[in-house]
Design a binder for this molecule. Sequence first.
Ligand code: ATP
Ligand code: MG
Length: 446
Amino acid sequence: MANFFPVSSPAVSPPPSRSNRWLEYVVGVGVVASLGALLFCVFRRRIMRKLREGLGRSRKGSVKEEKLKLRRFEFEELEKATKNFSGEYLLGAGSFASVYKGVFESEGEIVAIKRPHADSYTSLDEFRNEVKLLSSVKHKNLVALVGYCEETTGNGRERILVYEYVPNGSLLDYMIGRGGRSLTWRQRVNIAIGAAKGIGHLHKGMRASIIHRDVKPSNILIGDGMEPKVCDFGLVRSGPVGDRSHVSSQIKGTPGYLDPAYCSTFHLTPFSDVYSVGIILLQLVSARPVLASNQPLPDSHIVRWAGPSLEKGRVEEILDADLLTEPCNFEVMLKMGQLGLKCTSQQPKYRPTMGQVWQELEEALHEADNFWKRKRLMQKSMEIEYSESIVSTEGIRFGKFRVGMDSFAFESASLKCLEINSVSIDVDHSTEKQLSAAANDEQNKD
Ligand SMILES: Nc1ncnc2c1ncn2[C@@H]1O[C@H](COP(=O)(O)OP(=O)(O)OP(=O)(O)O)[C@@H](O)[C@H]1O
Ligand SMILES: [Mg+2]
């Protein structure tokens, strides 16, 4: 029978011709390339970030994010967080940069984005050195650097610093009463203490000290709980290292806050910052501009104006009028003003260190608090004594209980009526116990 079905034989395909093989190769490469392009489009952001991080790590002199724990932002991200750097997000603009509020909605994070005006940095190295320096500074009274952006866009080079966002404006806003802001006497002292601690950390808290060089009210920001945070290290220079006492440098800073000794000698030391802090102390007491616009120099300067009254101990002559309409501790304000004068001594060697400034202010605050504690205690003991004297009967043994008072506590201008050195009260022993219980209550309350 004729076999109509061909017996299957092992398929032997003819060897592909040269041109077919070439076609397969081209198609293969095409598929892989388009797949790659598709994937790149989808994951472009992530890939670019990784690439840049890789470059950042390998390039000599570049910023090493891993080590610094800084975040490197893409320009596009910052544009999105500020609605394309719109005026609505502008926090303020200074001589060096504009500062914007950046909102990263997906992460629920808010930052302050400092975008320098064109060509504020002379070189990329200068920018990177600043980022390195800033990233090494960590203190609760210094604004922290969160990250940076270094990118070349269609509009040119972008060198941007990203800081923690400080929500309550700057000390300048409070001094000029912007938006109805004002400060109590205690808030003023606490701001002075915190700012001095922050600047003191720049001077002494690290291996190489940093001199701020532009301490002024707009560079002291106010954070949660009215905690001051010193910012703007745009002008920072490393301070002297080892046994060198100064660094020579081009004069930078803000008129009025600039140390005259530094201007005449070009010797920059941490005492130049102390001078500027002194001016801020005088301003916290008086809320007066550093230079009065209606007078010529040098009489227009705050030190010339406040000096004579403070030397005579008459703080009320220069006190901010806002403080006269509310309870104010005149002694502490006088102390703060006199300390301000000391900080602005012509010769840097007579100025205190930043550490001495905050310690003296803390002491003054502590003494004031102790005084009020003792005063309240005394009032309470008088009330007890009065009620005891009503119910006491003959035959009950009386002991002598003496409440000693330091004479300094009565030197207050507002408390002239209490010019005595000590008070004696007769109480019995049960009253003595009540007194110590009352004292404990008071301690716990404070
Ligand atoms: N980290 C921050 N958080 C919140 N607001 C900030 C922050 N940094 C700066 N600002 C705001 O931006 C404003 C402008 O700051 P910037 O440092 O650029 O200028 P300036 O201090 O006013 O002047 P200058 O450039 O002369 O120092 C500040 O006054 C402050 O209100
Ligand atoms: Mg500033």
